[in-house]
Design a protein around this ligand. Structure first.
Ligand SMILES: [Zn+2]
Length: 445
């Protein structure tokens, strides 16, 4: 009965929004720019092909071990079909590797980094466009980013590789992986049909990888078991294993790039709308909405608040970055790294996403009280594609006053404090392996 009542939920929720924080690389910059060890250009750039070819036998062992662990450890994990297991003897090791880790194999995985507001001007011949890196049409955020090409052997700083890598999963790595997404490779990947969202929309198909619903209440678990099929925790674990392996085998560039990939999902999960389907709506309210036939309205409101939050956050971060205003409320929160936990395999589920879930209700309430009512309280309105994204800060100021800006900045800063703590935890974890390796390397004649 419950299943039938809530059926529209699966189809419509998240059909349009699945980006979370836009431009993860710029968001990370205020945190890493003050860490000198990460700013030294000490990493030798190498192609994915070289890394995979050089380390193929070890990678085969590592990935087999990780798969066995994943099947045991993650309750709703979709096992990787055995036929995709990486073999050192593969004819095309790079392609076999990409399919073994089940990312979209059609991307270029090119050598590049994203520039920051602190970079000097880049020679035009070195600029790479978003189209060189992704098959997606650039969103509002990607169009304004300058990427620069890197060449094998060149030296680059860990901060740049990590920050750039942390935006890369939004280039399409997780797009088209479900069997109903109509891609050449998805039928082999074993993820089954897309658990929620619209399988015909690009961004929608990455949502189950960038949202993690690890703390659903019993009603939702019973009524919507498909919401349990989310994978960011597995992605983080896999990229952590690859990052460590790359450091340990002397490929520090890939160590930091894989660390960047993992950091993306950590960043996404700091966003409360990515850690639970309906923040601000408790079980009783959800059932009441169902009973009144108002489920669609509740979902539309949450979807709008999700989008409005991300647009506002993006615009405020971008304004402060453009002004290099590192002490603005939001950038200072990103850089604070207070009370940093130790990172281990249980952190994503047991600590990070629990904290994000706990933050959802307050965040949702603050948005409801301080954003223009049309954006957050009108179920007839659709935020995505409204054309109002770029002017959101001006509109909030004129409709709700400067006090609303102050209040919204501080609730966004609260989310950024969480981002900062868990991002720094992740960085510390990667640095520990990296520096052990560097020290061992120096000791060897
Ligand atoms: Zn994402």
């Amino acid at each position: 009965m419950m299943r039938r009542w809530l059926a529209p939920f699966v189809l419509f929720v998240f059909s349009s929004t699945a980006w979370a924080w836009s431009d993860h690389a710029s968001l990370l910059w205020p945190l890493v720019r003050t860490q000198p060890a990460l700013l030294e250009p000490s990493l030798k750039v190498e192609s994915l092909e070289t890394f995979v070819r050089d380390e193929a036998p070890g990678l085969a062992v590592l990935l087999a071990g990780h798969e066995a662990m994943a099947r045991e450890r993650f309750p709703y994990y979709a096992a990787r079909p055995d036929a995709l297991a990486f073999k050192a003897s593969a004819e095309n090791p790079r392609d076999a590797f990409l399919r073994a880790i089940r990312v979209n194999p059609t991307l270029s995985y090119a050598l590049y980094r994203q520039t920051t507001v602190e970079d000097p001007a880049i020679a035009p011949g070195l600029v790479k466009s978003f189209e060189d890196l992704s098959f997606l049409a650039g969103g509002v955020s990607h169009d304004s980013i300058v990427y620069v090409a890197l060449t094998p052997g060149q030296l680059v700083a860990p901060a740049h590789v990590l920050a750039s890598g942390s935006d890369e999963p939004d280039f399409g790595l997780d797009i088209g992986l479900f069997e109903d997404n109509n891609t050449e490779f998805a039928a082999d990947y074993g993820f089954g049909t897309q658990p929620f969202g619209n399988p015909n929309l690009d961004y929608s198909s990455q949502a189950p990888f960038h949202m993690g619903f690890y703390h659903l209440d019993w009603v939702t678990r019973k009524a919507q078991p498909d919401l349990l099929r989310t994978y960011p925790e597995w992605r983080v674990s896999l990229y952590r294993a690859l990052s460590r392996f790359a450091f340990e085998t002397g490929h520090a560039y890939w160590g930091w790039r894989f660390a960047g990939w993992g950091l993306h999902y950590i960043g996404d999960l700091t966003q409360p709308y990515h850690a639970q389907p309906l923040p601000g709506v408790n079980t009783v309210e959800a059932l009441w909405a169902v009973a009144r036939g108002k489920t669609g309205e509740a979902i539309q409101l949450v979807s709008n608040r999700h989008g409005v939050l991300e647009s506002y956050q993006y615009q405020r971060v971008q304004q402060s970055l453009d002004q290099k205003n590192w002490s603005s409320t939001i950038l200072a929160a990103v850089a604070s790294a207070d009370d940093v936990p130790a990172f281990d395999e249980s952190t994503v589920r047991e600590v990070l996403s629990k904290e994000s879930v706990a933050a959802g209700r307050e965040l949702d309430a603050v948005l409801e009280r301080n954003m223009p009512p049309r954006y957050v309280s009108d179920p007839e309105f659709e935020w995505t594609g409204s054309g109002e994204e770029a002017a959101i800060v001006v509109t909030v100021a004129s409709d709700r006053g400067e006090q609303a800006i102050t209040t919204l900045d501080s609730i966004v800063a609260k989310q950024m404090l969480r981002f900062s703590r868990f991002a720094q935890a992740w960085i510390n974890d990667a640095r520990a392996v990296w520096s052990t390796q560097a020290a061992a390397g120096e000791a060897t004649p």
